[in-house]
Write a protein that binds this ligand. Structure first.
Ligand SMILES: Cc1cc2nc3c(=O)[nH]c(=O)nc-3n(C[C@H](O)[C@H](O)[C@H](O)COP(=O)(O)OP(=O)(O)OC[C@H]3O[C@@H](n4cnc5c(N)ncnc54)[C@H](O)[C@@H]3O)c2cc1C
Length: 471
């Protein structure tokens, strides 16, 4: 049934002070109306219980975005169009910016306000998951004064909030500490535009050393209130993103959400979509990291490509130890990425003379020792080479003295037999494995042994080049 306009009264006092005084004098009698995009839907359907409306539309006190050092303060009367037009929201709070873009159509974005979205308190509201992950705080105002409340504590049940009936939401405050995070937001509805979400997500993540250092995830339409998935976040934090983690995260999310069947969707569909959106977020976060890793590698190589011949030779020499190899690599510049670098290295190494290869061997310490075997070597190893050798031989350093003596004896025998130091790619090998390899190779003829040592040095160089690219 449609409403009868004569049953309603609407006034527009025009200032925040006048409005909060009115609400204080007759609490619960006057209901604020901002853009009216929710209120007027109820009115049109004959379901608007409030008969007295007070307009807060376009109040200067509510329609501004203030940028302070630690936070931005968005007036509750800002429309979606205002949010879309804000440079600071777009740059530092892209998840909110994106939600503003997909809320309703243009007419709706010109009228609908963020304050209205918050107080209307729909679990399907699009901007609210973003407010959760950005740790938003609300400033509530009344004739009694102002109070500040974390947005996460504001919604206490389906369409229930902590707003007192003499209060207005004055502003939403967002701390400016998330601009370095990777952000992901998606809305799944019947259509891309003009549709209420079946599920929507806002998520932030940051990786460090290959593991998730921090993550913040919120979903809409999966519970009576917009939901921050704190348990799921805890499951994810500190772990590397792989297929196992995706399964764990989906399981944790399924245990946290409480979706329902309604006219827009089913609980089963919502649960499946929520899990898929979570997995998509984690996969994107992971490839974002890979992308920035690739960018960093390219930057390191670009810098090396620009060095003088002598500087570039010196910079790459610790990866192999052979001067001819280093000069060969420098001659192949510019090298654009890791694959090109490794291919150039293999080719250069393959075309070296036996004496150039032996120079690389002599730059290593004996297995079980920390100083290079040949003190008369043409160049003394760089600090980098010494550091890498120590890392490569980490397992041997911890071995007991009997094994170390056995290694030293076998080393001596090897050098007597082949007139060179024993070369093995020690990374990831145990001492007993290395001792076994050394004893086996003592039975090689000289030619076979040179080939084996050459291959081991190739592997060492490859590992070192990868480390070198870490900067
Ligand atoms: C066609 C259409 C499409 C829509 N699409 C979407 C969509 O995609 N996503 C989405 O999330 N929503 C959507 N909506 C819902 C609506 O546009 C939003 O919730 C909007 O943000 C409401 O803001 P408003 O200013 O119009 O609120 P109003 O209708 O003016 O008010 C809504 C409620 O909030 C209260 N209120 C408003 N401002 C304040 C304040 N500052 N302090 C205290 N109380 C206040 C009012 O009293 C009322 O109870 C759509 C609506 C329509 C009609």
């Amino acid at each position: 049934m449609r409403s009868n306009p004569s049953d309603y009264e609407m006034i527009a006092p025009g200032s925040l002070h006048a409005i909060v005084s009115l609400l204080a004098n007759e609490p619960g009698v006057w209901v604020p109306i901002a853009g009216g995009t929710d209120v007027m839907v109820q009115y049109a359907a004959g379901k608007l219980a409030a008969r007295k409306l007070v307009s807060i539309w376009n109040l200067p006190e509510l329609r501004c975005i203030e940028v302070a050092l630690g936070e931005i303060r968005i007036g509750a009367g800002c429309t979606y169009t205002d949010l879309r037009g804000s440079e600071v929201v777009g740059r530092e709070f892209p998840l909110l910016h994106r939600a503003a873009q997909w809320t309703g159509g243009v007419a709706n974005q010109n009228r609908g306000t963020i304050g209205g979205n918050i107080v209307n308190a729909s679990p399907a509201a699009d901007s609210l998951p973003a407010l959760l992950v950005y740790d938003a705080e609300l400033i509530l105002v009344s004739a009694r004064g102002e109070r500040r409340l974390p947005y996460a504590d504001f919604h206490i049940g389906y369409k229930k909030t902590r707003l007192a009936n003499d209060e207005l939401v004055q502003a939403v405050c967002l701390p400016r500490r998330f601009s370095e995070y990777f952000g992901y937001a998606r809305k799944v509805g019947a259509r891309n535009a003009q549709a209420i979400s079946k599920v929507c997500i806002a998520a932030l993540g940051r990786l460090a050393d290959g593991v998730v250092e921090d993550v913040r995830i919120a979903l809409g339409s999966v519970a009576p209130v917009p939901l921050r998935l704190t348990q799921t976040e805890q499951t994810i934090r500190g772990k590397a993103i792989d297929s196992h983690l995706l399964l764990l995260a989906k399981k944790a999310a399924a245990a946290e959400i409480r979706p329902i069947d309604d006219i827009r969707s089913t609980a089963k569909y919502r649960a499946a979509v929520a899990g898929n959106l979570l997995a998509e977020f984690l996969n994107r976060l992971s490839s974002e990291q890979a992308g920035s890793e690739r960018g960093r590698v390219k930057g390191i190589l670009a810098q090396w490509n620009r060095l003088s011949i002598d500087e570039a030779t010196e910079a790459i020499l610790p990866c192999c130890g052979s001067k001819a190899w280093a000069q060969g690599m420098v001659a192949r510049r510019p090298l654009g990425d890791e694959a090109a670098l490794l291919a150039a290295s293999e080719d250069t190494w393959r075309n070296l003379t036996p004496s150039d290869r032996k120079e690389a061997f002599r730059n290593h310490p004996r297995i079980g020792e920390s100083k290079p075997a040949d003190s008369s070597s043409t160049q003394s190893p760089s600090a980098k080479s010494v550091e890498w050798s120590a890392q490569e031989q980490r397992n041997i350093a911890d071995a007991d003295s009997a094994v170390k003596i056995a290694l030293a004896n076998a080393n001596q025998e090897y050098e007597r037999r082949f007139n060179n130091i024993f070369i093995v790619c020690a990374t990831g090998k145990s001492v007993s494995e290395i001792l076994g390899i050394l004893r086996r190779r003592l039975k090689n003829d000289a030619e076979t042994e040179l080939q084996e040592a050459t291959e081991q040095q190739r592997q060492i160089t490859e590992i070192r080049l990868r480390k070198w690219l870490q900067g």
